[in-house]
Design a protein around this ligand. Structure first.
Ligand code: MN
Length: 257
C-alpha cells in the first residue's frame, strides 16, 4: 500500500495530520490534477512539493524551495507518498515525526506533459505544467544518477528545474511570496491563529529533545515574522525573545479571564 510508510511514521492520536482514509480516483493520462507545495518549518525549513497521482500525493522535500530561474537546479528528495487529504493541511504538528509548522504555500493543478506518468517516474524524468498561485508553466523533475546520490543510498534525489517559458524569471519566489495561499498568514500566524492554546495544552513538555526543538521552531517563526534573520546579532535576538515572552504573557492573561 502506498500510504503504509506515511502511516507507520505517525501517531494520529498525537498528530493533527490527516490519517489518509480517503483515496480518491485520480485522473489518468494528461488530465490535470491537484498539486501543492507546503512550506514546512521543522528541524530544517524546507518545501514539500506534492503531485497527485493514483489517489495519493507523490512527495519531494525541496530544501531551498522551487526556483523560477531555469539555470537553478533545486535538490528534491523523494519522500513517502502522502494522503490526498494532506494537500489542504496547514497547521502545527506539536510532536513526533515532522514536528513543526506546516504552511500551504502554493496549490493548484498540475498537468503531465507525458502520456504515462508511471513510466516517466521509473525513467526518472517527469515533465509537467503547473497552474498554481505562485508556480506556473513548464517544469521537470529529473532523478540524479551516480555520484553523491548513489553513495547515499540511492535514487531518492531528484532535481526540480523550471523550463524556459513566460513563467520563468529571476524573482526569488520564496522570498517574494512567502505566505500561505490558504490563510495568507506566516508561520507565527498559523501558530497562534489555528492553535490559540498552543502555548499551553498542546505544547510539548519542556526539556527533552522534542521540547527543545519545538522551542527553537517557535522562536524561528517569531524571528521570521519580525524579519530578523536567524543569524542575527545577539542583542537583537534578546529583543525578539522579549517579544515572544510578552506574547506568551499576554495569551496567559487572556486565558485567566
Ligand atoms: Mn516536510
Amino acid at each position: 500500500m502506498a500510504l503504509d510508510e506515511y502511516k507507520k511514521k505517525r501517531d494520529f492520536k498525537q498528530s493533527p495530520e490527516p490519517s489518509g482514509s480517503r483515496v480518491p480516483t485520480s485522473p489518468a493520462g494528461r488530465a490535470s490534477r491537484f498539486f501543492c507545495v507546503q512550506k514546512h518549518l521543522a528541524s530544517h525549513l524546507h518545501y514539500d512539493f506534492r503531485l497527485e497521482h493514483n489517489g495519493v500525493l507523490l512527495s519531494w522535500a525541496v530544501p531551498k524551495g522551487p526556483s523560477l530561474d531555469p539555470s537553478v537546479k533545486r535538490l528534491a528528495m523523494a519522500v513517502e507518498d502522502h494522503p490526498f487529504d494532506y494537500g489542504e493541511f496547514e497547521g502545527v504538528i506539536p510532536s513526533g515525526y515532522g514536528a513543526g509548522i506546516v504552511m500551504l504555500w502554493d496549490r493548484g493543478t498540475w498537468t503531465p506533459e507525458v502520456d504515462d506518468v508511471d513510466a516517466a517516474l521509473t525513467k526518472g524524468d517527469l515533465k509537467f505544467t503547473l497552474d498554481g498561485y505562485k508556480l506556473k508553466g513548464s517544469w521537470v523533475l529529473v532523478r540524479t544518477k551516480g555520484g553523491w546520490a548513489s553513495s547515499r543510498g540511492g535514487d531518492r534525489s531528484w532535481l526540480l528545474i523550471k523550463h524556459r517559458d513566460n513563467w520563468a524569471g529571476e524573482v526569488d519566489i520564496a522570498e517574494f511570496a512567502p505566505h500561505s495561499v490558504k490563510s495568507q498568514g506566516d508561520f507565527a500566524d498559523i501558530l497562534s491563529k489555528g492553535n490559540p492554546d498552543i502555548w499551553q495544552s498542546h505544547r510539548p513538555a519542556q526539556g527533552g529533545e522534542a521540547g527543545a526543538m519545538f522551542e527553537t521552531i517557535v522562536a524561528r517563526a517569531l524571528e521570521m515574522k519580525t524579519g530578523t534573520p536567524a543569524t542575527q546579532a545577539p542583542a537583537k535576538k534578546q529583543a525578539v525573545k522579549k517579544k515572544a515572552t510578552a506574547a506568551k504573557k499576554k495569551s496567559a492573561t487572556k486565558k485567566k479571564r
